[in-house]
Design a protein around this ligand. Structure first.
Ligand SMILES: [Zn+2]
Length: 247
């Protein structure tokens, strides 16, 4: 018997826990069920060779945590966020001073919990692909908050999302970038990950939250706002993922 890394109880642990949910990989597989990863080297980012499945680890969570608590959030967010955001893009979208944006009505607590479960699992993971994500002394407080269903406030772990609008088949929406923690002088540490054509940025240190992040969360109306960017701007956004801030 081992200790589950969510409930901290001594339990039998399952041998296949996904780090990022499998549904995020759905659109990035090619017809041979392979995908390309982008890894970082000293001089920037590089495409990997083709990868097969392998985004899971054993002995992290018990069945109740993985298949219960975490799966429940994944299912809700898959159906209510990821399966919706690409539908009716023209109908939903409006041109704002910041470009093409859209909004979705959703349970914001569950949306944040979902992204924080991803952050927590990436931090726990020993897979090479997640080696840059380590929450260190924040990991335990995040675990406790997730397990106890803490109601995250507006300025706790705000998240920013930008979606790539594909222009050609097999463009950058098919890539997955190695998740990374980047640091800016104004906003502290941010976890950046790109998968399924979506750039996700989670602000980790809360003492000086970025307004660009906070104003995406409309708690009064249960609305989350996000942006789109054309594929032609993808490599500009890729600079964010390697540490250069542009948003
Ligand atoms: Zn557990």
């Amino acid at each position: 018997m081992k200790i589950c890394k969510l409930c901290k109880k001594e339990k039998e642990l399952i041998n296949k826990s996904h780090i990022l949910p499998e549904f995020l990989y759905k659109n990035i597989y090619d017809n041979k069920h392979r995908y390309l990863e982008i890894n970082y080297k000293k001089d920037g980012y590089h495409k990997s060779s083709y990868k097969q499945k392998g985004n899971y680890e054993s002995d992290i969570f018990c069945k109740e945590c993985d298949g219960g608590i975490i799966s429940k959030e994944e299912k809700y967010i898959k159906e209510n966020f990821y399966e919706n955001i690409r539908k009716n893009i023209t109908q939903l979208s409006k041109i704002s001073p910041n470009g093409l944006t859209s909004e979705i009505i959703i349970d914001l607590q569950r949306l944040k919990r979902f992204w924080l479960f991803n952050l927590y699992r990436m931090s726990l993971s020993n897979l090479h692909f997640y080696k840059y994500i380590n929450l260190r002394n924040k990991e335990e407080s995040l675990r406790k908050n997730l397990y106890e269903n803490h109601v995250f406030k507006r300025n706790e772990y705000p998240v920013f999302i930008a979606i790539c609008l594909p222009q050609k088949k097999d463009g950058p929406e098919k890539l997955i970038f190695m998740p990374k923690i980047i640091r800016s002088r104004e906003n502290g540490y941010q976890c950046v990950f790109y998968i399924n054509g979506i750039l996700h940025i989670i602000q980790i240190s809360g003492h000086n939250p970025d307004d660009n992040f906070l104003n995406k969360w409309d708690y009064e109306n249960s609305k989350f706002n996000f942006s789109y960017f054309p594929e032609s701007e993808f490599y500009l956004y890729a600079n964010v993922m390697s540490g250069l801030k542009i948003y």
